[in-house]
Design a protein around this ligand. Structure first.
Ligand SMILES: *[C@@H]1O[C@H](CO)[C@@H](O)[C@H](O)[C@H]1NC(C)=O
Ligand SMILES: *[C@@H]1O[C@H](CO)[C@@H](O)[C@H](O)[C@H]1NC(C)=O
Ligand SMILES: *[C@@H]1O[C@H](CO)[C@@H](O)[C@H](O)[C@H]1NC(C)=O
Ligand SMILES: *[C@@H]1O[C@H](CO)[C@@H](O)[C@H](O)[C@H]1NC(C)=O
Ligand SMILES: *[C@@H]1O[C@H](CO)[C@@H](O)[C@H](O)[C@H]1NC(C)=O
Length: 320
């Protein structure tokens, strides 16, 4: 009797251990991209605030289909892992291939033939997957099951829903989490569509923008969401890093607003209006990601944070 009890106990313990092992294997992703274009020094990354760092971007040779790294990036890329592991020896690094400006025709050509895929894979080492971006806001027209079988996880680019470059005539939340009355483009709807299409929630990593967009208001006194605007303000296409937004707020003593219904922050001064993610939005989004059973979050990009405020907020909100 005693032995049966202990063998049941042993079995249960074994089961618990197996589950523990399994859950340990599925460690959360608290990630961020580092982008060479920002000229933010790799050695300045507070890598203790991340489990994964993406080094961006490598390219794809249109003739050989091998992975390429530009000459100006080669030193920083080759020392990236060593540098970020000085502060956090367990941080994992990933080479990100492609990016928003990548020529998708070349990626499609590479993916379409076995021999080209082999050239691509062999050109660096195995297990590297291109940063292919899909901009299906309204329909998820992708082989979800195959993606799920082949990949450890996907980064869902849940930002850039609005910006003055492509929606110039009214202010809008660049990366709302939830549905607004005027617009149904939001992160939660996108995540819901992936999960409804059969993609496992625990392989989805939610994107957080460490930047926002500035619009020029038609009327300084009409400064809410979806207010009339006339295109970009401050920078050419209106994009501003969180660090630049913080300095705009302090130098203009700009009022700031958090809209918890759609989950966005915005600030304004005179006819300048900026939509972005501050501490409140990041807290709500990371809380949502954890609550939905997603694998984690990633930020674009680490060099735009202000004094590690958003990185720390995300890290602490997710918790252990
Ligand atoms: C993309 O690459 C293809 C094949 O090399 C080339 O023909 C095309 O002009 C490129 N497109 C752009 C926008 O650079
Ligand atoms: C913005 O307004 C201008 C002027 O009324 C118009 O020509 C343009 O098509 C609008 N843009 C969009 C994206 O709706
Ligand atoms: C938040 O934004 C939505 C969409 O524009 C709006 O309907 C709502 O009134 C706003 N909430 C607050 C508290 O301002
Ligand atoms: C988004 O909000 C609009 C207006 O409140 C509503 O008609 C629509 O059903 C909502 N969409 C989703 C996906 O919740
Ligand atoms: C930066 O953050 C630290 C705490 O994380 C704080 O003590 C310090 O005052 C902050 N510095 C600035 C300039 O905000």
């Amino acid at each position: 009797m005693a032995s049966k009890t202990s063998s049941i106990l042993l079995f249960s313990l074994l089961h618990v251990f197996l589950n523990l092992r399994f859950s340990v294997a599925q460690t959360a992703v608290k990630g961020s991209y580092w982008y060479s274009g920002t000229e933010f020094p790799v050695s300045n990354i507070n890598s203790c605030l991340f489990t994964h760092l993406f080094c961006a971007f490598a390219g794809l040779d249109p003739t050989t289909y091998g992975v390429t790294i530009s000459h100006s990036d080669s030193t920083q890329f080759s020392t990236f892992t060593r540098t970020v592991q000085q502060k956090n020896p367990s941080v994992k690094t990933l080479l990100s291939i492609g990016g928003g400006g990548a020529n998708t025709t070349v990626f499609a050509a590479m993916a379409s033939q076995q021999s080209r895929r082999k050239s691509f894979i062999d050109s660096r080492s195995r297990q590297r997957v291109p940063d292919l971006r899909s901009s299906n806001y309204y329909t998820l027209n992708l082989p979800v099951q195959k993606i799920s079988n082949s990949l450890d996880w996907i980064n869902v680019m849940s930002y850039d829903f609005y910006g003055p470059g492509w929606s110039p005539n009214f202010t809008a939340p660049p990366a709302a989490l939830y549905n607004a009355t005027v617009s149904q483009v939001n992160a939660a709807a996108g995540i819901r569509d992936w999960i409804r299409a059969g993609f496992p929630a625990n392989k989805i990593v939610l994107g957080l923008p460490f930047y926002g967009y500035a619009w020029r208001l038609v009327n300084a006194n009409n400064n809410g969401l979806f207010a009339p605007a006339t295109g970009a303000a401050v920078s050419t296409n209106g994009d501003l890093g969180y660090n630049q937004i913080r300095s705009f707020i302090s130098s203009n003593t700009a009022p700031t607003v958090f809209n918890a219904t759609v989950v966005t922050d915005y600030c304004y001064s005179g006819t300048t209006w900026i939509g972005y993610d501050d501490v409140s939005s990041v807290t709500a989004k990371v809380g949502y990601a954890k609550g939905k059973g997603l694998l984690g979050y990633f930020a674009w990009n680490v060099g735009a944070d202000y004094n590690w405020t958003l990185s720390q907020t995300a890290f602490r909100t997710w918790g252990a």
